[in-house]
Design a binder for this molecule. Sequence first.
Ligand code: PFF
Length: 461
Amino acid sequence: MSNQNSSEENRGQWGSKLGFIMAAAGSAVGLGNIWRFPYMTGENGGAAFVVVYLACVVFIGLPLLYVELALGRASGRNPVGAFRETGGGMPFIFTGVLCLSACFFVLTYYGVIAGWTISYAISQISQTTLVFEEYTADPVYVLPVFALFIALTVIIVRAGVEKGIEKWSKILMPLLFVLMLVIIIRGVTLPGAGAGLTYYLKPDFSKIDGTVVLKALGQAFFSLSVGWGLMITYGSYMSKKQNIVSNGLWVAFADTSVALLAGLMIFPAVFAMGHDPSSGSGLAFTTLPAVFAAMPAGWIVGTIFFLLLTVAAVTSSISMLEVPVSYFVDEKKARRSTCAVIIGVVAFLVGIPSALSNGGNEWLSNIEMFGQTGFFSILDQVFGTLALIIISLMLSIYVGWVWKPKRAIEEIEQGCPWFTKPLVVGITPAAVWAFFIRFVCPVVILLVLLNTLGVKIPGLS
Ligand code: PFF
């Protein structure tokens, strides 16, 4: 952004088209792709989950990404301000507040996992072995790296040096991509890897049920950074000249390719090593070190990989912190730096139970709620899945029926004139998009939610 001062008249703006794409893709590509996507796939049926996930990205996630960007750019506000400014009443303002809460609460456990990646980088460089279950159960190891990661996030958001991050991401993220290709080549050439490829690429559609669809939809929102108000905030920093449609496509494409590659990196290796694909949140952390160990000079690859993963996590966590910070700066005229520090410290404190819920504390590790076991999984289900789905439902209802697609289309058209030009048989991309936002998105999301709440849907459950 060219300006970090967010007073009402003088909010920041992205320096260039690439500036926006880098920051938005930096937010989207993160632990959600490399850590969360593979274990969600492993817990929910393999290739069938991947198919549902891809459908969710294309038919629900992408249209909603445009909703958020249009709403953000039209209003020039944070999520709460965006609904208010465009005439949204109470339920929608509440949706804005839910956005802030989702960003904050997910940050509290996202930081814990990012802390693990720092420890794994250290273990690779020092060529020591971390036994996942023992390491994650030990607060002495887990808490300092968690604190370090949150401190890093706060320092960057406080200084407002995302610009520097943009510059570095341009080099580091393609490097992560290349390194993933190298790791994939090693993984798929391990003896016994074929079973993993089949598991990951050959769908068994009988595995699809309500839970799989819920998890796939939640994962699509988690990974695309859609349903958090983040894209509203980032859209508010966009100039009218920028093309929302093509920029959004780039972000979704980058995000989805990294996730698909992450699966290719993990599953062949999981099967080759005889690990359990449904073993949960430790999947990437137990599998990858074994792959590195099977490579010549694997510790170098391992060190660089975990460091790059930490960078990918930072470009995501700064955007998560940015959402509540932009709210307090915009609406409460608070100082950016003070807000960043206070929210960071509170996020660390609130994150401690998550850090202790992988064996560190028995009660926190075994507590059961919403069909999940352990404090961290419960938070992930409530804020990292359900909240995103509710926000997205409200967003599609708001733009589809209250603010009206016409307004959003006028906004998107600026910078993308072909959006309202007939493409085939007189149908415009804008009309297709509006159909998805008014009908497809709300209906599908509502059905998934009702199914989760146990409501029986004739013909579906
Ligand atoms: N999309 C990020 C990931 O997949 O890791 C997570 C995320 C970051 C979501 C920032 C939302 C956000 F504002």
